[in-house]
Design a protein around this ligand. Sequence first.
Ligand SMILES: C[S@@+](CC[C@H](N)C(=O)[O-])C[C@H]1O[C@@H](n2cnc3c(N)ncnc32)[C@H](O)[C@@H]1O
Length: 245
Amino acid sequence: MPRYLLSVIDDRCPVDEAFSRVLHYFDPNKKKNIVSSVLDSTCSIMKMWTEEDRGKYRPTTNDTRSEIEADFHVCCSKLDRVLDKRFDIIIYDPPYVNLKRKDAQDAEFCYNYEASGTIEELVSLTERTAICFRNLISKNGIVIAKICDFHIRGRLRGSYDIQKAFEENGWFLHDKVIYRFYKPIPNLVSYSLKVPIAHTYFLIFKEVTTANGNYDQNAALNIERQALSILSRRRAYENQKMRQV
Ligand SMILES: C[S@@+](CC[C@H](N)C(=O)[O-])C[C@H]1O[C@@H](n2cnc3c(N)ncnc32)[C@H](O)[C@@H]1O
């Protein structure tokens, strides 16, 4: 495994190898000769896992679908109700939005496109999940979130929304790695006036409070600023509504 990681990995490297590089690079215990405890909160068929990593980490697995082989079948936002241990690494690879790949029957079982929800549902799920993960993460632990961008109602959504949902709920973005596809996602290619999506992200989040108990001032300030801006926008909206009455 290389000691460094570039910010872009291209898909001549299969997704399980790309994920493996991200997992090992950001593993908080990599220098301690300890095997990190891992929770894959949306595991599906574990396409992102190499055989070697599965054997090494033996991740705790979860997926809402009962037909998926997993340790738990609960919503990832409620995992803190069934698990009473902390994890060094939590994986979050939520369901896609706005994606119905007609060309990919073999991928349907893994990604469950037919069940994909709206962007609002994804944001709400992520906000609740970010809160839940704070009850499950160990000191120095990380969340690895994998997310694509999507064109929805004339706007690009996806990675921005996931980042915002985590940052408003006690996490900060520590790093970001792009996984580049050579073949753009098929359903988005048809949007001829938009840029077809040809990449996904691995977003690495850490909790605002650091392991040694020190407060991460920058991250905390960011959260405070965001909260204030939401509050002032809400006040402006309420004032405007009052004036209309
Ligand atoms: C993009 S796929 C994950 C693929 C997986 N990382 C892999 O490598 O095979 C998303 C998965 O999340 C599951 N899922 C959807 N909503 C969920 C929820 N609220 N909690 C847990 N799992 C959920 C879906 O059933 C689907 O299997």
